[in-house]
Design a protein around this ligand. Structure first.
Ligand SMILES: [Zn+2]
Ligand SMILES: [Zn+2]
Length: 603
């Protein structure tokens, strides 16, 4: 965590605690505003703080905030925040993290029912006394009950965005150990599922002791669960500070189990296949082998033993294929099946390997925020970053007016912003900069700007942000209206889910997909690893319904471009092909599609 992030997290947490304590709104808002300002500082706060004038010149940072920043840099603490924290029961900090429970609601539980922990909250739900509290009806209580259950079930699996970098890091690190000839990670991380249960690492080595020792000595190890010659298991610390949504709740320490298996080099492919899974895929593969008179297991593909009861030691028998996955697939009469689609969902019927979307296919980003709303980059630096990545097009899509917490633009500000984007486009050659907006889809399905204004935008991403616990009917009507709107190009993060945090909308998807296909509206796969929305199975349904898809990073800060890999992996899990992903189209085709929804505009 950078010092800016750490400071911002403390300001935000203090603001939430003050709100919980029922303190004056002005102070609550001032701290929240300062948190945002600190997050967007162009330089390290420690450097800025050397010049008090420069610090207080930053909009959102007043004299008091500047004092606190200086204090934190000098002492590593902020006394006033520590005093605030001492006034709040620690259990309430966790309660505020539950989806749908903010400081205001938690304050009511605390002040009027004496709730100071999750157990207290469960108790007043179970005995029904919660219903006597203000604004607590059967419906809202049911929502809280679900949030608690969801929070508990969700916490067992780790988001891909946290698990995958750790798996890669460990595989790369062990590859450098003496005697190691090959390493890989397997399991659901390799299949790029949106959440991962535990990590599986494989290593081929002539010196198993050395690689085991290196594994147990990893700095992330919290606890050794088991260690033997062929297999070791540990619990590893996860770095949860790297998410926009993680800030402010960074005090909880997260961990994930990680297994290391040491396998013979000549059996590496069979082991990798076996531990990559999925289980269902493996079952089907073994059936296929058996039908051909063969046996498949983690040691290789073998001629089946004549005697079923003989139970041979497979590690000593000569395999037909085992060295690489390719050899095993080939011996089974199969093409190379990409790990992302090994789910027993039709992949074993493929006659040849499918050409799925690849990271290098993406040439355009169509969903990005700037400092005009809640992004960290200005228009020109955003465009420069997109150009560096080899993109031919970048769309600037700041928030609309109904998202004031995200700095949404009034119609007047949007008009000015369009002008600013056009000017920036002249200053940054070599990339097309489009003027767009991420327009809120309001609860009833109407859009947040008038058509006359939308008409002036090159690209409209319509997204749901509020009212995300609507019932199925309301959600379906809402999203259908957006998809049928003639000026909309992309349905942004269609359900609004946040992994392990919020379930999001559950519309009748089939109806949305059919309407999207008919109206040539692209469904977004939001690449942020907390979203991955559409999720894999919905992306597959969208493909089958004939829809266009958009894989977008929803850029708020420069690092967000790096999330593209998670979006592409999710698209691959949904069998998305290059030709159906608008971000992979060449510029003329993309621009023609965008213009097709602006028939009255000369171009
Ligand atoms: Zn959004
Ligand atoms: Zn966005």
């Amino acid at each position: 965590m950078s010092i800016n992030d750490e400071l911002a997290a403390r300001f935000l947490a203090a603001s939430r605690m003050l709100e919980l304590l029922g303190e004056d709104h002005f102070r609550v808002n001032a701290l929240a505003r300062a948190a945002r300002a600190i997050e967007s500082l162009p330089a390290d706060a420690a450097d800025l703080a050397k010049d008090r004038k420069a610090l207080t010149a930053v909009p959102g940072i007043g004299a008091k905030s500047a004092d606190k920043i200086t204090e934190f840099i000098a002492t590593g603490a902020i006394a006033e925040f520590d005093e605030i924290k001492a006034r709040v029961p620690p259990g309430l900090l966790d309660l505020m993290e539950l989806p749908g429970l903010g400081p205001k609601t938690v304050a009511v539980f605390w002040n009027q029912a004496g709730v100071t922990s999750l157990d207290d909250l469960k108790r007043i739900i179970d005995d029904g006394s919660i219903l006597s509290l203000p604004r607590m009806g059967a419906k809202s209580v049911e929502k809280i009950r679900q949030a608690i259950a969801f929070g508990q079930s969700a916490s067992h699996r780790t988001a891909l965005g946290l698990a995958l970098p750790l798996a890669e890091h460990i595989a790369a690190r062990l590859a450098k150990v003496r005697g190691v000839t090959r390493t890989a990670f397997a399991g659901s991380a390799r299949r790029a599922k949106d959440t991962v249960g535990d990590l599986d690492i494989l290593a081929a080595s002539s010196d198993p002791d050395a690689v085991t020792r290196a594994f147990l000595d990893l700095p992330q190890v919290l606890q050794v669960l088991q260690s033997g010659p062929g297999k070791s298991s540990v619990r590893l610390a996860l770095d949860t500070a790297s998410s926009r949504w993680g800030r402010g709740s960074s005090e909880s320490t997260a961990a994930i189990q990680c297994d290391l298996r040491i396998v013979p080099p000549d059996r590496f492919g069979a082991a990798l296949m076996y531990f990559t899974g999925s289980k269902e895929h493996n079952v089907r593969l073994r059936e296929r082998a058996r039908a051909a008179g063969l046996t498949l297991n983690e040691y290789g593909l073998f001629h089946a033993p004549a005697d079923e009861a003989s139970k041979p030691d497979w590690s000593r028998k000569d395999p037909i294929a085992a060295h690489t996955e390719h050899e095993v697939f080939k011996a089974l009469g199969l093409p190379d099946i990409p790990p992302e689609i090994r789910e027993d969902a039709g992949e074993l019927d493929l006659a040849e390997a499918p050409r799925l979307l690849e990271l290098g296919d993406i040439r355009a980003e169509l969903h990005a925020h700037t400092t005009a709303s809640d992004g960290r980059l200005d228009i020109e630096s955003l465009a420069a970053r997109a150009k560096e990545r080899g993109f031919h097009t970048i769309a600037v899509t700041d928030h609309s007016r109904s998202s004031p917490q995200a700095g949404g633009l009034s119609p007047e500000r949007l008009l000015q912003h369009i002008e600013d984007i056009r000017k920036a486009a002249e200053r940054v050659p070599g990339i097309t900069i489009l003027a767009g907006s991420e327009v809120d889809i309001l609860a009833d399905g109407s859009l947040d700007y008038d058509d006359s204004l939308l008409e002036q935008l090159d690209v409209v991403v319509a997204s749901p942000h509020a009212a995300l616990s609507q019932d199925e009917d309301a959600a379906t009507i809402r999203l259908l209206a957006a998809v049928r709107h003639p000026l909309v190009h992309i349905l942004g993060h269609p359900t609004g889910r946040l992994i392990n945090r919020r379930k999001g909308l559950e519309p009748r998807l089939r109806e949305i997909l059919d309407a999207a296909a008919e109206n040539h509206v692209a469904l977004e796969i939001n690449a942020h690893w907390m979203r991955l929305d559409l999720r894999d199975i919905h992306a597959r349904q969208a493909m089958n319904a004939g829809c266009l898809l958009a894989v977008d990073c929803d850029v708020h800060e420069p690092e967000d471009f790096d999330n593209l890999r998670f979006g592409v992996a999710t698209a691959r899990r949904g069998w998305v092909s290059k030709d159906r992903c608008v971000n992979a189209w060449a510029a003329p085709k993309l621009h023609e599609w965008l213009a097709s929804k602006r028939p009255h505009r000369p171009h």
